[in-house]
Design a protein around this ligand. Structure first.
Ligand code: UTP
Length: 408
């Protein structure tokens, strides 16, 4: 993109201040800035002025989950269909590892965090070991796709290489990068983090499938004959991936997506719950859950919204292709954004100073016609690491690993 084209794009989006230092820049810096302007989509930045309207929900009603009792009863049936699908190479796994993991407080990718006590046990290693369990059980390799971002791609790929992919076959691992979104002040003006660079952050975990398309990864999926994609978060060190029983249940119920859920441990637990929204599957975030919904009962007198999602979904690949062009709602989140001050010097704010713009995987569920909420035992499958200490932390995950006989 040349200067004039960049100027026009920025002017159209009310972001001309990005060129404030342009004349001072060296030729390669000028080029870097113009190329960043070319890559970035600025259209969302004006949305912050009406941000409350962006994520308004429709009419919420309960959606029942397939519970542990039924899963246990039908285990053989599910296992046989699921294992057959895995063996036939119809199941791929997608690790969402593009997040910044700011709550954990490390600059490195979250997956390289060592949760071991007497030996090294990295988060990525735990996930690979969980997947290897199924590889052994099915006696078949499973394609693993790892989404990174501009901020952690090099560090992530180098780490996997250095650790010899934790015993996974490298030809079954494909890395791809998600898009970045500009970060802005409260008026929607993008910040600069250097004179030749706009402040950006990963654009949320909702763009994973469109990024796979952009990177040509979907061609690989077609070639390999993959029909189901198990998307999962980097931070749950206990989760089962490409779990044959879950795969079988999703296939046999002819669902477009299966969502692993856990029974909430309290009505106000900070976890998104499964529901129907205007008659279609959906997820209400904990901060959107009204008192009324929290205490609502179903026809059996049980809590109506008691199953929370753990960010482990099995999507029918064809269904994703049908919805990929649809625009997911934008989530605008307050954040501390490092930026240049008036004098052109970098500051790292102590308090939030603007917004980041994200799309979320959970909003994809609402675009699909059918969803199977599938209950898993939380103490066996849910040990998320969001924080260093306290709830959903390194400490709580270590306890759960010990409970499950995992040596740390
Ligand atoms: P979180 O919501 O926990 O966000 O991500 P985060 O950025 O990792 O952590 P904090 O909020 O800064 O502490 C849930 C999952 O989605 C992935 C994360 O890597 C994690 O697996 N994710 C999140 C992405 O892949 N891309 C994103 O842009 C955001």
């Amino acid at each position: 993109m040349n200067y004039q084209q960049a100027y026009d794009k920025l002017e159209k989006n009310g972001q001309l201040h990005v060129l404030k230092y342009y004349e001072e820049l060296k030729p390669e810096e000028k080029e870097a800035l113009l190329s960043q302007v070319e890559r970035l989509d600025f259209s969302m930045t004006s949305s912050c002025k009406h941000k409350e309207e962006l994520t308004q929900k429709g009419k919420i009603t309960p959606l029942s989950a397939m519970q542990l009792g039924e899963i246990k009863r039908r285990k053989d049936e599910f296992m046989s269909v699921g294992l057959e699908a895995v063996r036939a190479g119809k199941v791929g796994a997608v690790l969402l590892a593009g997040g910044m993991g700011t709550r954990l407080g490390s600059d490195a990718p979250k997956g390289v965090y060592n949760i071991g006590l007497t030996k090294e046990v990295f988060i990525f290693q735990r996930l690979i070991e969980n997947l290897l369990d199924v590889v052994r059980q099915a006696d078949a390799w499973i394609h693993l796709f790892v989404m990174t971002s501009d901020k952690n791609h090099e560090a992530t790929t180098a780490f996997f290489k250095e650790k010899n992919y934790f015993g996974y076959r490298p030809e079954y691992i494909t890395f791809f990068m998600q898009e970045m979104a500009p970060a802005t002040d409260y008026e929607g003006k993008v910040y600069l983090e250097a004179k030749d660079r706009i402040s950006t952050s990963p654009n949320g975990n909702g763009g994973w499938f469109s990024s796979m398309m952009k990177w040509g990864v979907v061609d690989k999926i077609h070639e390999a004959g993959i029909e189901w994609l198990n998307v999962f978060a980097v931070d749950n060190v206990l989760q089962r991936i490409a779990d044959p029983c879950f795969v079988g249940a999703t296939i046999l119920t002819d669902s477009d997506v299966g969502a692993k859920v856990v029974r909430k441990n309290a009505p106000d637990e900070r976890i998104g719950v499964m529901c129907l929204e205007d008659g279609r599957p959906s997820i209400v975030e904990y901060y959107e859950l009204t008192e009324e919904l929290m205490n609502a009962k179903d026809e059996n007198g049980d809590p109506a919204y008691s199953f929370g999602v753990i960010l482990n979904y099995l999507f029918r690949e064809k269904a994703l292709e049908e919805i990929v062009a649809k625009k997911l709602p934008l989530h605008i989140v307050e954040k501390k954004i490092p930026c240049l001050d008036e004098k052109g010097e970098l500051i790292k704010p102590e308090e939030p100073n603007g917004y980041k713009y994200e799309q979320l995987v959970l909003d994809m569920i609402h675009e699909l016609d059918s969803c199977l909420p599938y209950e898993v035992e939380r103490n066996y499958e849910f040990a998320p690491i969001k924080n260093r200490t306290g709830i959903d932390s390194v400490e709580s995950a270590r306890e759960l690993c010990k409970e499950n006989g995992i040596e740390l």
